[in-house]
Design a protein around this ligand. Structure first.
Ligand code: ADP
Ligand code: ZN
Length: 435
Protein backbone atom coordinates (compact mmCIF):
# COMPACT_ATOMS: atom_id res chain seq x y z
CA UNK A 1 0.00 0.00 0.00
CA UNK A 2 1.45 3.31 -1.09
CA UNK A 3 -0.19 6.42 0.16
CA UNK A 4 0.61 10.00 -0.52
CA UNK A 5 -1.11 13.18 0.52
CA UNK A 6 -0.03 15.14 -2.56
CA UNK A 7 1.07 12.37 -4.89
CA UNK A 8 1.78 14.50 -7.92
CA UNK A 9 4.37 16.65 -6.24
CA UNK A 10 5.69 14.03 -3.78
CA UNK A 11 6.55 11.66 -6.64
CA UNK A 12 7.27 14.23 -9.36
CA UNK A 13 10.18 13.52 -11.72
CA UNK A 14 13.36 15.35 -10.69
CA UNK A 15 13.29 17.68 -13.72
CA UNK A 16 9.86 18.85 -12.71
CA UNK A 17 10.87 19.51 -9.10
CA UNK A 18 13.86 21.49 -10.35
CA UNK A 19 11.65 23.51 -12.68
CA UNK A 20 9.29 24.39 -9.82
CA UNK A 21 12.21 25.30 -7.56
CA UNK A 22 13.82 27.48 -10.23
CA UNK A 23 10.61 29.39 -10.80
CA UNK A 24 9.96 29.88 -7.11
CA UNK A 25 13.44 31.02 -6.12
CA UNK A 26 13.54 33.82 -8.68
CA UNK A 27 10.32 35.27 -7.30
CA UNK A 28 11.30 34.66 -3.69
CA UNK A 29 14.64 36.46 -3.87
CA UNK A 30 12.95 39.47 -5.42
CA UNK A 31 10.26 39.40 -2.70
CA UNK A 32 12.89 39.33 0.05
CA UNK A 33 15.12 41.95 -1.58
CA UNK A 34 12.21 44.34 -2.02
CA UNK A 35 10.72 43.84 1.44
CA UNK A 36 13.46 42.97 3.93
CA UNK A 37 16.01 45.81 4.25
CA UNK A 38 18.23 43.73 6.53
CA UNK A 39 18.71 41.01 3.89
CA UNK A 40 18.90 43.55 1.07
CA UNK A 41 21.92 45.06 2.87
CA UNK A 42 23.54 41.63 3.19
CA UNK A 43 23.04 41.03 -0.55
CA UNK A 44 24.33 44.50 -1.44
CA UNK A 45 27.43 43.94 0.69
CA UNK A 46 28.05 40.69 -1.18
CA UNK A 47 27.41 42.39 -4.50
CA UNK A 48 24.49 40.09 -5.41
CA UNK A 49 21.40 41.47 -7.14
CA UNK A 50 18.06 39.66 -7.47
CA UNK A 51 18.71 39.41 -11.26
CA UNK A 52 21.78 37.26 -10.52
CA UNK A 53 19.56 34.52 -9.16
CA UNK A 54 18.15 32.64 -12.15
CA UNK A 55 17.56 29.31 -10.47
CA UNK A 56 18.49 27.19 -7.47
CA UNK A 57 22.04 26.73 -8.78
CA UNK A 58 22.58 30.41 -8.02
CA UNK A 59 21.45 30.12 -4.39
CA UNK A 60 25.08 29.60 -3.40
CA UNK A 61 25.74 33.24 -4.34
CA UNK A 62 23.40 34.46 -1.59
CA UNK A 63 24.54 35.41 1.92
CA UNK A 64 23.80 33.14 4.87
CA UNK A 65 21.48 33.90 7.74
CA UNK A 66 22.15 32.59 11.24
CA UNK A 67 20.27 32.49 14.50
CA UNK A 68 22.31 35.55 15.53
CA UNK A 69 20.78 37.49 12.63
CA UNK A 70 17.35 36.39 13.80
CA UNK A 71 18.09 37.53 17.32
CA UNK A 72 19.39 40.85 16.05
CA UNK A 73 16.28 41.36 13.94
CA UNK A 74 13.90 40.33 16.73
CA UNK A 75 10.98 40.76 16.45
CA UNK A 76 10.01 42.33 13.10
CA UNK A 77 13.31 42.82 11.26
CA UNK A 78 12.95 39.87 8.85
CA UNK A 79 9.23 40.20 8.23
CA UNK A 80 8.57 40.40 4.48
CA UNK A 81 4.86 41.26 4.45
CA UNK A 82 2.59 43.70 6.24
CA UNK A 83 1.74 42.59 9.74
CA UNK A 84 -1.92 42.81 8.83
CA UNK A 85 -1.37 39.99 6.32
CA UNK A 86 -0.06 37.69 9.06
CA UNK A 87 -2.36 35.41 10.99
CA UNK A 88 0.04 33.60 13.37
CA UNK A 89 3.23 33.91 15.37
CA UNK A 90 5.17 30.89 16.67
CA UNK A 91 8.41 30.78 18.60
CA UNK A 92 11.41 28.47 18.89
CA UNK A 93 11.80 26.45 22.08
CA UNK A 94 14.88 28.39 23.07
CA UNK A 95 16.95 25.22 23.43
CA UNK A 96 20.17 27.09 22.65
CA UNK A 97 19.45 30.58 23.90
CA UNK A 98 17.04 33.45 23.42
CA UNK A 99 13.87 32.50 21.59
CA UNK A 100 13.15 33.83 18.15
CA UNK A 101 9.73 34.42 16.62
CA UNK A 102 8.41 33.55 13.17
CA UNK A 103 5.37 34.98 11.35
CA UNK A 104 2.90 33.22 9.07
CA UNK A 105 0.30 34.34 6.55
CA UNK A 106 -2.63 31.96 5.94
CA UNK A 107 -0.77 30.74 2.84
CA UNK A 108 2.27 29.93 5.02
CA UNK A 109 0.12 28.05 7.53
CA UNK A 110 -1.47 26.06 4.71
CA UNK A 111 1.79 24.97 3.19
CA UNK A 112 3.18 24.04 6.61
CA UNK A 113 0.09 22.00 7.46
CA UNK A 114 0.28 20.31 4.05
CA UNK A 115 3.82 19.23 4.91
CA UNK A 116 2.62 17.76 8.21
CA UNK A 117 -0.25 16.05 6.37
CA UNK A 118 2.29 14.44 4.02
CA UNK A 119 4.10 13.10 7.09
CA UNK A 120 0.93 11.69 8.63
CA UNK A 121 -0.12 9.96 5.40
CA UNK A 122 3.41 8.58 4.96
CA UNK A 123 3.02 7.01 8.41
CA UNK A 124 -0.16 5.30 7.22
CA UNK A 125 -2.65 7.95 8.34
CA UNK A 126 -6.04 8.55 6.72
CA UNK A 127 -9.51 9.79 7.63
CA UNK A 128 -9.99 6.49 9.46
CA UNK A 129 -7.32 7.31 12.01
CA UNK A 130 -7.42 8.87 15.44
CA UNK A 131 -4.35 11.08 15.78
CA UNK A 132 -3.29 11.86 19.33
CA UNK A 133 -1.13 14.98 19.32
CA UNK A 134 0.85 15.32 22.54
CA UNK A 135 3.43 17.77 21.34
CA UNK A 136 3.05 21.03 23.23
CA UNK A 137 0.46 23.44 21.85
CA UNK A 138 1.01 27.17 21.94
CA UNK A 139 4.09 29.01 20.79
CA UNK A 140 5.95 25.73 20.19
CA UNK A 141 5.31 24.57 16.62
CA UNK A 142 4.95 20.85 17.43
CA UNK A 143 1.30 20.81 18.54
CA UNK A 144 -0.15 23.33 16.06
CA UNK A 145 1.75 21.80 13.11
CA UNK A 146 0.65 18.19 13.61
CA UNK A 147 -2.83 19.34 14.63
CA UNK A 148 -3.23 21.23 11.35
CA UNK A 149 -1.78 18.35 9.34
CA UNK A 150 -4.12 15.87 10.97
CA UNK A 151 -7.12 18.06 10.08
CA UNK A 152 -5.97 18.26 6.46
CA UNK A 153 -5.78 14.47 6.29
CA UNK A 154 -9.26 14.30 7.78
CA UNK A 155 -8.15 12.23 10.75
CA UNK A 156 -9.98 12.53 14.04
CA UNK A 157 -7.62 14.76 15.99
CA UNK A 158 -7.06 14.51 19.73
CA UNK A 159 -5.43 17.85 20.68
CA UNK A 160 -3.94 16.64 23.97
CA UNK A 161 -0.86 18.87 24.18
CA UNK A 162 1.96 17.55 26.39
CA UNK A 163 1.83 16.41 29.99
CA UNK A 164 -0.74 14.75 32.23
CA UNK A 165 0.37 11.28 31.24
CA UNK A 166 -2.49 9.52 33.03
CA UNK A 167 -4.99 11.44 30.95
CA UNK A 168 -2.99 10.77 27.77
CA UNK A 169 -3.26 7.06 28.46
CA UNK A 170 -6.92 7.17 29.40
CA UNK A 171 -7.83 8.96 26.14
CA UNK A 172 -5.49 6.79 24.09
CA UNK A 173 -7.25 3.66 25.35
CA UNK A 174 -10.83 4.97 25.55
CA UNK A 175 -10.81 6.71 22.17
CA UNK A 176 -8.71 4.12 20.33
CA UNK A 177 -5.90 6.41 19.19
CA UNK A 178 -4.07 4.90 16.22
CA UNK A 179 -1.28 7.43 15.61
CA UNK A 180 0.73 9.08 18.37
CA UNK A 181 2.62 12.35 17.81
CA UNK A 182 5.08 13.60 20.44
CA UNK A 183 8.79 13.87 21.20
CA UNK A 184 10.57 10.48 21.28
CA UNK A 185 11.50 11.00 24.94
CA UNK A 186 7.83 11.49 25.80
CA UNK A 187 6.85 8.45 23.72
CA UNK A 188 9.31 6.40 25.77
CA UNK A 189 7.74 7.72 28.95
CA UNK A 190 4.22 6.92 27.75
CA UNK A 191 5.40 3.38 26.89
CA UNK A 192 6.91 2.99 30.33
CA UNK A 193 3.76 4.26 32.05
CA UNK A 194 1.51 1.94 30.00
CA UNK A 195 3.59 -1.04 31.13
CA UNK A 196 3.41 0.10 34.75
CA UNK A 197 -0.35 0.23 34.49
CA UNK A 198 -0.30 -3.39 33.37
CA UNK A 199 -0.96 -2.86 29.66
CA UNK A 200 0.84 -4.99 27.10
CA UNK A 201 1.96 -3.43 23.79
CA UNK A 202 -0.85 -5.23 21.95
CA UNK A 203 -3.53 -3.78 24.26
CA UNK A 204 -3.49 -0.37 22.56
CA UNK A 205 -4.77 0.40 19.05
CA UNK A 206 -1.75 2.46 18.06
CA UNK A 207 -0.12 1.50 14.76
CA UNK A 208 2.32 4.34 14.22
CA UNK A 209 4.10 7.18 15.96
CA UNK A 210 5.43 10.41 14.48
CA UNK A 211 8.26 11.50 16.72
CA UNK A 212 10.67 14.39 16.39
CA UNK A 213 11.76 17.81 17.66
CA UNK A 214 14.80 16.33 19.39
CA UNK A 215 17.61 13.92 18.52
CA UNK A 216 16.96 10.20 19.02
CA UNK A 217 18.90 7.11 18.06
CA UNK A 218 17.97 3.95 16.15
CA UNK A 219 18.25 2.10 19.46
CA UNK A 220 15.67 4.44 20.94
CA UNK A 221 13.44 3.84 17.93
CA UNK A 222 13.54 0.09 18.44
CA UNK A 223 12.87 0.45 22.13
CA UNK A 224 9.80 2.67 21.56
CA UNK A 225 8.51 0.45 18.75
CA UNK A 226 8.68 -2.51 21.11
CA UNK A 227 7.11 -0.85 24.13
CA UNK A 228 4.17 0.62 22.18
CA UNK A 229 3.83 -2.10 19.52
CA UNK A 230 4.04 0.43 16.65
CA UNK A 231 6.17 1.58 13.74
CA UNK A 232 7.96 4.79 14.76
CA UNK A 233 8.57 7.50 12.13
CA UNK A 234 10.92 10.42 12.44
CA UNK A 235 9.85 13.98 11.62
CA UNK A 236 12.10 17.03 11.47
CA UNK A 237 11.58 20.73 11.37
CA UNK A 238 12.40 24.05 12.87
CA UNK A 239 10.34 27.12 13.63
CA UNK A 240 12.51 29.41 11.53
CA UNK A 241 11.65 27.42 8.40
CA UNK A 242 8.01 26.65 9.42
CA UNK A 243 7.94 23.92 12.06
CA UNK A 244 7.66 20.12 12.02
CA UNK A 245 7.26 18.60 8.57
CA UNK A 246 10.19 20.29 6.83
CA UNK A 247 11.11 16.64 6.31
CA UNK A 248 9.55 13.34 7.30
CA UNK A 249 10.19 9.64 7.14
CA UNK A 250 8.45 7.18 4.83
CA UNK A 251 8.00 3.44 5.39
CA UNK A 252 11.60 2.73 4.33
CA UNK A 253 12.80 4.44 7.54
CA UNK A 254 16.15 5.33 6.00
CA UNK A 255 16.10 9.09 6.22
CA UNK A 256 13.57 11.88 5.91
CA UNK A 257 12.26 13.25 2.61
CA UNK A 258 12.64 17.04 2.53
CA UNK A 259 9.60 18.83 1.12
CA UNK A 260 11.68 20.23 -1.70
CA UNK A 261 8.89 22.07 -3.45
CA UNK A 262 8.90 24.43 -0.44
CA UNK A 263 12.34 24.14 1.14
CA UNK A 264 15.63 24.00 -0.74
CA UNK A 265 18.37 22.19 1.17
CA UNK A 266 22.14 22.54 0.96
CA UNK A 267 24.92 20.94 3.00
CA UNK A 268 27.86 23.19 3.75
CA UNK A 269 31.19 22.89 5.46
CA UNK A 270 30.44 24.60 8.78
CA UNK A 271 33.96 26.06 8.92
CA UNK A 272 34.30 27.48 5.41
CA UNK A 273 30.68 27.83 4.27
CA UNK A 274 31.52 25.95 1.08
CA UNK A 275 28.70 23.85 -0.43
CA UNK A 276 29.42 20.12 -0.19
CA UNK A 277 28.25 17.44 -2.63
CA UNK A 278 25.42 15.03 -1.73
CA UNK A 279 26.66 12.23 0.48
CA UNK A 280 29.01 14.42 2.50
CA UNK A 281 28.39 15.31 6.11
CA UNK A 282 27.95 18.97 6.99
CA UNK A 283 25.63 21.69 8.21
CA UNK A 284 22.13 21.78 6.79
CA UNK A 285 21.10 25.10 5.23
CA UNK A 286 17.52 25.87 4.14
CA UNK A 287 16.04 28.35 1.74
CA UNK A 288 12.31 28.85 1.95
CA UNK A 289 11.05 28.88 -1.64
CA UNK A 290 7.52 30.15 -1.25
CA UNK A 291 6.71 31.35 2.25
CA UNK A 292 5.41 34.91 2.32
CA UNK A 293 5.80 36.37 5.81
CA UNK A 294 9.06 34.94 7.08
CA UNK A 295 10.98 33.71 4.05
CA UNK A 296 14.50 32.93 5.20
CA UNK A 297 17.14 32.50 2.52
CA UNK A 298 20.15 30.28 3.24
CA UNK A 299 19.38 29.82 6.91
CA UNK A 300 22.09 27.88 8.74
CA UNK A 301 20.35 25.34 10.97
CA UNK A 302 23.45 24.16 12.87
CA UNK A 303 22.08 20.65 12.40
CA UNK A 304 24.70 18.29 11.03
CA UNK A 305 23.52 15.72 8.51
CA UNK A 306 23.96 14.07 5.10
CA UNK A 307 21.72 14.33 2.02
CA UNK A 308 21.00 11.37 -0.23
CA UNK A 309 19.26 11.20 -3.61
CA UNK A 310 19.24 7.41 -3.76
CA UNK A 311 15.97 6.16 -5.22
CA UNK A 312 13.47 5.42 -2.44
CA UNK A 313 11.20 2.38 -2.50
CA UNK A 314 8.24 4.50 -1.37
CA UNK A 315 8.15 6.24 -4.74
CA UNK A 316 8.83 9.71 -3.36
CA UNK A 317 11.43 11.59 -5.35
CA UNK A 318 12.35 14.26 -2.84
CA UNK A 319 15.87 14.26 -1.43
CA UNK A 320 16.39 12.52 1.92
CA UNK A 321 18.35 13.76 4.92
CA UNK A 322 19.77 11.56 7.64
CA UNK A 323 18.68 12.15 11.19
CA UNK A 324 20.57 15.17 12.43
CA UNK A 325 23.75 13.69 13.85
CA UNK A 326 23.57 16.28 16.60
CA UNK A 327 23.54 20.03 16.43
CA UNK A 328 26.93 21.55 15.93
CA UNK A 329 26.36 23.28 19.27
CA UNK A 330 25.23 20.01 20.93
CA UNK A 331 28.68 18.56 20.57
CA UNK A 332 30.59 18.60 23.84
CA UNK A 333 34.34 18.82 23.92
CA UNK A 334 35.38 16.93 27.03
CA UNK A 335 39.08 16.76 27.81
CA UNK A 336 39.72 17.52 24.16
CA UNK A 337 37.49 14.71 22.84
CA UNK A 338 34.35 15.40 20.76
CA UNK A 339 31.32 13.75 22.34
CA UNK A 340 27.73 13.75 21.07
CA UNK A 341 24.87 12.87 23.47
CA UNK A 342 23.47 10.54 20.79
CA UNK A 343 26.56 8.31 21.07
CA UNK A 344 25.91 7.96 24.79
CA UNK A 345 22.25 7.10 24.24
CA UNK A 346 23.20 4.44 21.69
CA UNK A 347 25.60 2.73 24.13
CA UNK A 348 23.10 2.82 27.00
CA UNK A 349 20.29 1.20 25.04
CA UNK A 350 22.64 -1.35 23.47
CA UNK A 351 23.79 -2.36 26.96
CA UNK A 352 20.18 -2.86 28.06
CA UNK A 353 19.64 0.31 30.09
CA UNK A 354 16.62 2.63 30.08
CA UNK A 355 16.55 5.81 27.98
CA UNK A 356 16.42 7.78 31.22
CA UNK A 357 19.79 9.40 31.67
CA UNK A 358 21.47 12.71 32.28
CA UNK A 359 24.93 13.89 31.36
CA UNK A 360 26.71 16.36 33.64
CA UNK A 361 29.92 18.06 32.56
CA UNK A 362 31.88 20.41 34.79
CA UNK A 363 35.40 21.67 35.28
CA UNK A 364 37.28 21.06 38.52
CA UNK A 365 40.95 21.94 39.07
CA UNK A 366 41.27 22.77 35.37
CA UNK A 367 40.13 19.31 34.33
CA UNK A 368 36.79 18.46 32.77
CA UNK A 369 34.61 16.14 34.80
CA UNK A 370 32.19 13.89 32.93
CA UNK A 371 29.39 12.11 34.79
CA UNK A 372 26.50 10.09 33.42
CA UNK A 373 23.51 9.31 35.63
CA UNK A 374 21.64 6.29 34.36
CA UNK A 375 18.43 5.01 35.79
CA UNK A 376 18.09 1.30 36.42
CA UNK A 377 14.92 -0.51 35.42
CA UNK A 378 13.14 -2.05 38.45
CA UNK A 379 14.32 -5.56 37.50
CA UNK A 380 17.94 -4.36 37.25
CA UNK A 381 17.89 -2.75 40.64
CA UNK A 382 19.90 -4.41 43.40
CA UNK A 383 20.77 -3.34 46.89
CA UNK A 384 24.07 -5.19 46.69
CA UNK A 385 26.74 -2.56 46.27
CA UNK A 386 29.11 -4.97 44.54
CA UNK A 387 26.48 -5.70 41.85
CA UNK A 388 26.03 -2.03 41.13
CA UNK A 389 29.77 -1.39 41.09
CA UNK A 390 30.49 -4.13 38.60
CA UNK A 391 27.69 -2.91 36.34
CA UNK A 392 29.08 0.62 36.54
CA UNK A 393 32.55 -0.60 35.61
CA UNK A 394 31.18 -2.56 32.62
CA UNK A 395 29.24 0.45 31.37
CA UNK A 396 32.25 2.68 31.81
CA UNK A 397 34.22 0.27 29.59
CA UNK A 398 31.52 0.26 26.90
CA UNK A 399 31.42 4.07 26.92
CA UNK A 400 35.18 4.33 26.79
CA UNK A 401 35.41 2.15 23.71
CA UNK A 402 32.68 4.17 21.94
CA UNK A 403 33.77 7.66 22.96
CA UNK A 404 37.48 7.31 23.56
CA UNK A 405 37.00 8.78 27.00
CA UNK A 406 35.62 7.21 30.19
CA UNK A 407 32.78 8.92 32.06
CA UNK A 408 31.99 8.33 35.70
CA UNK A 409 28.86 6.22 35.68
CA UNK A 410 26.26 6.55 38.41
CA UNK A 411 23.54 3.93 38.30
CA UNK A 412 20.58 5.36 40.14
CA UNK A 413 17.34 3.91 41.47
CA UNK A 414 14.24 3.58 39.27
CA UNK A 415 12.21 6.79 38.88
CA UNK A 416 14.87 9.17 40.10
CA UNK A 417 15.53 10.97 36.81
CA UNK A 418 12.88 13.50 35.79
CA UNK A 419 10.86 12.42 32.76
CA UNK A 420 10.49 14.73 29.79
CA UNK A 421 7.12 15.71 28.37
CA UNK A 422 8.61 17.82 25.57
CA UNK A 423 12.20 18.20 24.48
CA UNK A 424 14.38 16.27 26.92
CA UNK A 425 17.28 18.09 28.56
CA UNK A 426 20.02 15.46 28.42
CA UNK A 427 23.08 17.56 29.09
CA UNK A 428 23.92 19.88 31.95
CA UNK A 429 27.17 21.62 31.09
CA UNK A 430 28.16 23.53 34.20
CA UNK A 431 31.41 24.71 32.60
CA UNK A 432 29.41 27.36 30.78
CA UNK A 433 28.50 28.86 34.17
CA UNK A 434 32.18 29.43 35.00
CA UNK A 435 33.12 30.98 31.64
P1 ADP B 1 14.98 25.32 19.21
O1 ADP B 1 16.03 25.54 18.16
O2 ADP B 1 14.91 26.41 20.23
O3 ADP B 1 14.99 23.94 19.82
P2 ADP B 1 12.70 24.50 17.59
O4 ADP B 1 11.64 24.12 18.52
O5 ADP B 1 12.29 25.20 16.35
O6 ADP B 1 13.66 25.47 18.37
O7 ADP B 1 13.54 23.20 17.24
C1 ADP B 1 14.24 22.99 16.04
C2 ADP B 1 15.42 22.09 16.26
O8 ADP B 1 15.03 20.87 16.88
C3 ADP B 1 16.11 21.68 14.98
O9 ADP B 1 17.01 22.65 14.50
C4 ADP B 1 16.83 20.40 15.42
O10 ADP B 1 18.06 20.68 16.07
C5 ADP B 1 15.88 19.81 16.44
N1 ADP B 1 15.07 18.75 15.80
C6 ADP B 1 13.85 18.87 15.24
N2 ADP B 1 13.41 17.68 14.78
C7 ADP B 1 14.39 16.79 15.00
C8 ADP B 1 14.55 15.38 14.74
N3 ADP B 1 13.61 14.65 14.14
N4 ADP B 1 15.72 14.81 15.11
C9 ADP B 1 16.69 15.53 15.71
N5 ADP B 1 16.60 16.84 15.99
C10 ADP B 1 15.46 17.47 15.65
ZN1 ZN C 1 10.71 7.19 0.83
Amino acid sequence: MKNYYQKEIETAPREEILKIQNEKIVKQVKHVYDNVPYYRDLMDKKGVKPEDIKGVDDIKKLPFLTKDDLRECYPYGLLATDLKDCVRIQSTSGTTGKRVVAFYTQHDIDLWEDCCARAIVAAGGSNEDVVQVCYGYGLFTGGPGLNGGSHKVGSLTLPMSSGNTDRQIQFMMDLNATILCCTPSYAAYIGETLAEKGYKPEDNKLKAGIFGAEPWTEEMRRSIEKSLGIKAYDIYGLTEISGPGVSFECEEQTGMHINEDHFYAEIIDPETGEVLPDGEKGELVFTSLDKEAFPLLRYRTKDICILSRKKCSCGRTHVKMTKPLGRSDDMMIIRGVNVFPSQIEAVLLKEGYTPNYQIVVDRKNNTDTFDIYVELAPEQFSDKISDIQSREAALNGAMRSMLGIGPKIHLVAPKTITRSEGKAVRVIDKRKLHD
